[in-house]
Design a protein around this ligand. Structure first.
Ligand code: HEM
Ligand SMILES: *[C@@H]1O[C@H](CO)[C@@H](O)[C@H](O)[C@H]1NC(C)=O
Ligand SMILES: *[C@@H]1O[C@H](CO)[C@@H](O)[C@H](O)[C@H]1NC(C)=O
Length: 537
């Protein structure tokens, strides 16, 4: 009997040892593995038992034999049909631009009194916190694309304010490519994939840029170090346009907002980016996710560059042009607060994919920009989102404002409560929602006129004064591989434009290009080692 007990004891000892050993193994695995790779284990830790009984989408409990398709009547199996047909319909259109991105939640905290400039509730009251959702993106990549492609990056910030959603839809460069909204569709066509080859095409890009030279300033930013930040956390972001804002007395100012990263601006040289690309196309996505999971919360300071109406009248350039920077000494800068990201979404599709930012989402105290590019954006985003998500995209959870009362009804779901039994026309005598009166609303708004002429002083300034000499040299190095694959007449046009901008830059690029063209072409990749097509004579 005694020995029987001993055996039983030993048996339990072994079981406990086995479990411990496996726990240690798992512990060590988790300890050496980054948070983005551990997500499933973390789910299991939070849910030690299955989270429930499996059902069909209509809620029928699934019996275990329905989960096997072999040797059974699969088309009498509603679970099978439900599963197949839903999977087939999982995809929605990707965004036209900014398709690849990732989102995070956080808050904005006011740190400075800016009430003299704007009465916007979100920016008033030191210490006030407003919830935000932020979506970072690359611009030209498709949904599964490369975070590290040399490009512009996006940072769209939605503030859920008590006065409605404020969206500051920003880019990683302080300038945009062109001022005329009609240029946008063709710019995007030239930048994105060739309609026959479905490949990125430097001929299209340089052709368009040299025919529309106002795009050069933005292109130079893209070819510089700023074209590849070392992650979304390490970049500044800019809504770019000059916004009109007003205080509660109706006094108005013109400002440019800037998000300045508290992690420090850091960029990657092409060679480093290529090395990372070979291993991880999702480097930025992973970096942001891990930082937030590790409670290393990324933060940005929001500040604004300010000019009064009198200042605007005195300057010798057009401060509304999105292709130019405001000149030093013509404005002053005031901090507003801090943006902190402290929570990863539980579900990518629910938050990142279904988020809908619209620069036209503004609040009282920020009547917004006056230029035509901005006016065009007010409708472009909504149009794209009606196509992508449906007319009720603001009723999707991630986009829902804290408060809304509308006369909009129906349409493709989700409609949420659809305003229930409230009157659906305005004006009415039955106490449907009514507009309010804002005594400090601006009495006049201005019309901004743009000149058509192309001004190369801004790209020249960027090259001559903005970039350090090593940055300038890397810009030249980054430009050469974009010129090598294009035809000589396009190369000449590109060099001519660069020379007009800055003669020494044009000369240096021309010389390096000649060098590069003399080099034997790089050895072909094995899969591309096909005989070249003979030219027809
Ligand atoms: C005429 C000029 C422009 C047009 C027509 C335009 C159009 C668009 C469209 C259609 C989208 C996709 C929207 C969606 O499907 O949800 C988009 C996204 C975006 N745009 Fe623009 N855009 C323009 C200029 C700009 C400028 C000047 C900026 C920045 C200052 C900007 C920043 C962004 C960002 C950050 C996103 C991604 C938003 C997200 O993460 O969902 N765009 N744009
Ligand atoms: C976890 O990993 C770190 C190194 O990444 C190591 O220093 C530490 O000792 C490990 N902890 C345990 C309990 O294994
Ligand atoms: C630019 O490229 C040349 C080789 O073509 C290289 O020697 C030089 O170091 C590069 N410059 C920078 C700043 O990386």
């Amino acid at each position: 009997m005694k020995s029987m007990e001993a055996y039983i004891c030993y048996f339990f000892f072994l079981v406990i040892k086995y479990v411990q050993c496996h726990d240690n193994e798992l512990y060590e695995y988790l300890n050496r593995t980054d948070r983005s790779t551990c997500q499933l284990y973390e789910f299991k830790e939070d849910h030690p038992k299955p989270i429930g009984i499996l059902t069909t989408s209509s809620g029928k409990l699934v019996e275990i034999r329905e989960s096997i398709g072999l040797n059974s009547d699969v088309f009498s199996n509603q679970y099978n049909i439900d599963l197949m047909t839903h999977t087939n319909a999982e995809r929605i259109p990707e965004r036209l631009v900014h398709a690849k991105g990732t989102a995070a939640f956080g808050y904005f905290e006011v740190t400075n009194d800016v009430s003299q400039y704007t009465k916007a509730e979100v920016f008033n009251g030191i210490g006030k916190k407003t919830p935000v959702v932020v979506r970072f993106s690359t611009v030209v990549q498709n949904l599964g694309g490369n975070d590290l492609a040399r490009e512009i990056k996006g940072m769209a910030v939605k503030f859920f304010t008590k006065e409605g959603n404020l969206d500051l839809v920003s880019l990683s460069f302080p300038v945009f490519f062109h001022r005329d909204p009609i240029d946008f569709p063709y710019f995007i066509h030239a930048l994105k994939r060739n309609p026959k080859t479905n490949l990125f095409d430097f001929s299209a890009r340089w052709d368009f840029i040299t025919k529309k030279p106002e795009n050069l300033h933005g292109l130079l930013w893209m070819l510089s170090d700023y074209g590849i930040p070392n992650g979304y956390r390490k970049m500044d972001a800019f809504p770019i346009h000059t916004f009109q804002i007003n205080n509660k007395h109706g006094g108005s100012y013109f400002v440019k907002f800037n998000f300045r990263t508290e992690q420090g601006v850091e960029n990657l040289p092409s060679s480093a980016a290529e090395a990372i690309t070979a291993r991880d196309l999702d480097y930025y996505t992973r970096d942001l996710y891990n930082a937030i999971e590790n409670k290393n919360y990324p933060a940005w300071t929001l500040e604004m560059d300010i000019m009064s109406f009198d200042d605007i009248k005195k300057i010798d350039y057009n401060p509304f042009e999105v292709t130019r920077l405001w000149k030093k000494g013509t404005y002053y800068t005031v901090p507003i607060g801090r943006l902190v990201l402290d929570r990863n979404p539980d579900n990518f599709f629910r938050v990142s994919e279904m988020s809908a930012f619209n620069p036209g989402n503004l609040v009282p105290g920020i009547p917004g920009p006056l230029d035509n590019l901005f006016k065009s954006r007010r409708s472009a985003y909504r149009d794209a989102q009606i196509y992508r998500l449906g007319v009720n995209h603001n009723r999707i959870e991630v986009n829902t404002p804290l408060y809304s009362k509308v006369y909009n009804r129906d349409g493709k779901p989700p409609v949420r409560d659809n305003m229930m039994d409230a009157p659906n026309y305005y004006p009415n005598s039955f106490n449907g929602p009514v507009p309010y009166v804002d005594p400090s609303r601006l009495k006049e708004r201005f019309t901004v006129f743009d000149v058509n002429a192309v001004d190369l002083d801004q790209p020249e300034y960027f090259i001559k004064h903005y970039l350090r000499s090593d940055q300038r040299e890397r810009l030249i190095n980054n430009t050469i591989p974009t010129l090598v694959p294009i035809a000589p007449y396009l190369q000449r046009r590109a060099i001519r434009l660069l020379t007009l901008t800055d003669p020494s830059l044009g000369r240096e690029i021309s010389e390096k290009l000649q060098e590069a063209l003399k080099q034997p072409p790089p050895p072909p990749l094995p899969v591309l080692n096909e005989p070249k097509r003979k030219m027809k004579s």
